[in-house]
Design a protein around this ligand. Structure first.
Ligand code: MSP
Length: 654
């Protein structure tokens, strides 16, 4: 049977500046989708590229003292390198300055002209060069571009116009018949109310006051408007109007076109109308995602508040950056970007939940079975529940991914990771070992390893490098047949007797305490002490070469006895509890990762040891003003450290 095809596109990027993390957002999302569809057996075509013409690029090149082609060539090399750094698996990268594109665009414009869709007239109106968009007086907001709020320029020149009015009724009919064409739905309503209902104006599709564009074939004094040129990339890349259009025949219409919300108008009004004029089918779905915002609003070069994706990847690795982008913000909504939030996700989700599941399991396997995957015995009811959760996951993910719900898809995987961690606590392999319940121990260990394998395969689309690192440790790197989608549809495909190789920590915990807020890896048991590393807060050596601290260093900790006065769960975080503590009259709120070990009601009244001079931080958005001390072992037990006899809250611990 022929494979199902799947065509997904990103917008093509302006190579006018280096791209920031906001730009990478669209591409990472498209990549996760493309990888997911490949994993589930589709024949995928994933397109990205660069939008290289227009007044903006011409001006930037002039300002840089470069010829526009030379100017864009240099940035395009950098963009391709960035996509490599972020593991973007595109199938084609189209540049609008390539002859294959330019020739096809001229044929398209010629066809419009010949069928009477284009007429010549004088354009007088406003133009936003950064957005390359025409605006009427009525559409301006306080005299500025309604999309980017920057000043607009008055333009008066002879131009060709496209008769949008000829197709608008058909567009409205299409929107009515295909409620999923524009997503999320709110964006569809915005298009209808703001642009279609007030009366869609004909679009100016040529310019004469600058030269950096594709010449209009029947009037070469004009260059083609950059948005008409750019939008057609989605079909010219497939060979439309060329001698070899087999890709076009195979993949058009696109299944999903991903774009940011500010360019929804171009993709859901002009683009479908151009396609109708060409007699082509419309894409199945155009999804306008939200923006990544910083505290002072949208990232932009002119504001100087951009976050460089290369720096983030250098600090945290590409998989962690991808995970954060896809998990943190529900796709479609705007979301805040902060490095603190990224580090928290990395520490909680990746280091604790995923990393610990692997480490704990492999450490126990080594101890009980010399690291060899055992043959499972008879399953108990608790095992069936774990297996059911595992086998239900693939279908859940397919449905969520079809709705582009990346964050929810990852949340489902993490629910299962939490389930597997809980299974360790419930089955207590260390107790089974002690009681010499060998068959049960084999079953439990096998089920954990198989769960990890299933998780690793499901992570492939989102974090392309992590699965191979897990497979090496599970001893299954050379077993491609158990790294596939089909192999996770039923539980139990992991062969017994593979020799596991516990290795590197997948995601070392980090702290944002380095110079300039850079992250510093937190010491773990396996780490050597950071050799002679400076503690920037102290401005002096925190540890000696031997990894020892001085008594003065220890005295910097303000350890106190505190009494827990209230405790409750933190919604959406199944490991955290929010506690109120009394530190001798000083009342503090603390978020502690102990929910798996203590119920809120059993904590109230307990006296504990408390770090009172820890810098406050937010955990899952909840303020935490200190830390309580707890002891934990390799096997997952955790107990609070308490004074061995009653002593009043606030007492110093030293
Ligand atoms: N060249 C046009 C697209 C033409 S498509 C035929 C363009 N290019 S762009 O480089 O300015 O933007 C590319 C993509 O990056 C857009 O989808 C845009 O929404 C996205 N982003 C740019 N800044 C962003 C954020 N801060 N947050 C999320 N995405 C944003 O538009």
């Amino acid at each position: 049977m022929a494979k199902k095809t799947f065509y997904i596109t990103t917008p093509i990027y302006y190579p006018s500046d280096k791209l920031h993390i906001g730009h990478s957002y669209t591409t990472v999302a498209a990549d996760a989708m493309a990888r997911f569809k490949r994993l589930t057996g589709c024949r995928v075509f994933f397109l990205t590229g660069t939008d290289e013409h227009g007044q903006k690029i011409e001006r930037r090149a002039q300002a840089a003292g470069k010829d526009p082609q030379q100017f864009v060539d240099e940035i395009v090399i950098w963009i391709k390198k960035l996509w490599q750094t972020l593991d973007i698996s595109y199938d084609d990268f189209i540049r609008t300055t390539e002859p294959r594109h330019q020739k096809a665009v001229q044929k398209i414009v010629q066809k419009f002209y010949e069928q009477g869709d284009i007429y010549k007239a004088k354009y007088e109106g406003w133009y936003c060069t950064p957005c390359e968009a025409f605006w009427t007086e009525r559409q301006l907001q306080e005299g500025c571009c309604p999309d980017c709020q920057r000043p607009v320029e008055l333009v008066a020149e002879e131009s060709y116009f496209f008769k949008m009015s000829k197709y608008v009724d058909r567009l409205v009919e299409h929107l009515e018949k295909h409620p999923d064409f524009i997503q999320p739905t709110a964006r569809k309503n915005e298009m209808i109310n703001n642009f279609i209902k007030p009366g869609l104006e004909d679009l100016c599709i040529s310019r004469t006051t600058f030269r950096w564009g594709i010449p209009v074939p029947f009037d070469p004094d004009h260059v083609i408007y950059v948005w008409l040129d750019a939008l057609t990339n989605y079909i010219t890349a497939l060979g439309y109007m060329s001698d070899d259009d087999h890709l076009f025949q195979t993949f058009w219409p696109a299944n999903v076109q991903l774009i940011g919300k500010e360019i929804v108008r171009f993709h859901t009004i002009y683009w479908p109308i151009f396609l109708m004029a060409l007699g082509l089918e419309l894409p199945e779905k155009v999804f306008g995602h939200g923006w990544l915002l910083l505290d002072d609003g949208k990232m932009s070069k002119s504001k100087g508040n951009v976050i460089d994706p290369e720096v983030l990847v250098e600090r945290y690795g590409s998989d962690a950056v991808r995970y954060f982008l896809l998990r943190e913000i529900p796709f479609g909504a705007d979301g805040h970007f902060s490095e603190e939030a990224l580090v928290q996700r990395l520490n909680f989700d990746l280091a604790n939940d995923l990393g610990n599941l692997l480490n704990r399991t492999l450490a126990m396997l080594k101890k009980y079975f010399g690291g060899k995957i055992p043959v499972p015995g008879t399953a108990a009811a608790m095992d069936e529940e774990l297996k059911k959760a595992a086998t239900e996951l693939p279908a859940k993910l397919e449905s969520l991914m079809d709705q582009l719900q990346f964050s929810n898809a990852l949340a489902e995987i993490w629910k299962f990771i939490a389930r597997a961690n809980k299974y360790i606590d419930e089955t207590m392999p260390w107790a089974l070992a002690k009681k010499q319940e060998e068959e049960r121990l084999r079953t439990v260990m096998y089920n954990l390893l198989e769960s990890i394998r299933i998780i690793s395969v499901l992570l492939l689309p989102f974090m392309p490098q992590t699965p191979a690192r897990i497979w090496r440790q599970l001893g299954m790197a050379e077993q491609p047949e158990i790294q596939t989608w089909d192999s996770i549809l039923s539980f139990g495909q992991l062969p017994a007797n593979l020799q596991t190789v516990p290795g590197e920590v997948l995601f070392p915990r980090l702290e944002l305490t380095g110079e300039g807020g850079a992250p510093v890896r937190q010491a773990t048991k396996k780490d050597k002490p950071a050799q002679g590393k400076k503690n920037p807060a102290a401005g002096e050596k925190a540890v000696t070469e031997e990894g020892l601290i001085s008594i003065d260093e220890f005295a910097r900790l303000d350890l106190r006895v505190a009494e827990i006065t209230a405790a409750e769960a933190v919604s959406g975080a199944d490991k955290l509890l929010k506690l109120q503590v009394d530190v001798g009259g000083d009342r503090r709120q603390v978020v502690a990762g102990i929910a798996k070990h203590y119920r809120p009601e059993e904590l109230v009244g307990k006296r504990i040891v408390f770090v009172a001079n820890l810098k406050p931080a937010k955990l899952r958005g909840v303020l935490s003003e200190g830390m309580l001390l707890a002891a934990s072992d390799d096997e997952g037990s955790l107990v609070l450290v308490t004074p061995e006899a009653p002593i009043k809250p606030g007492s110093r611990v030293k």
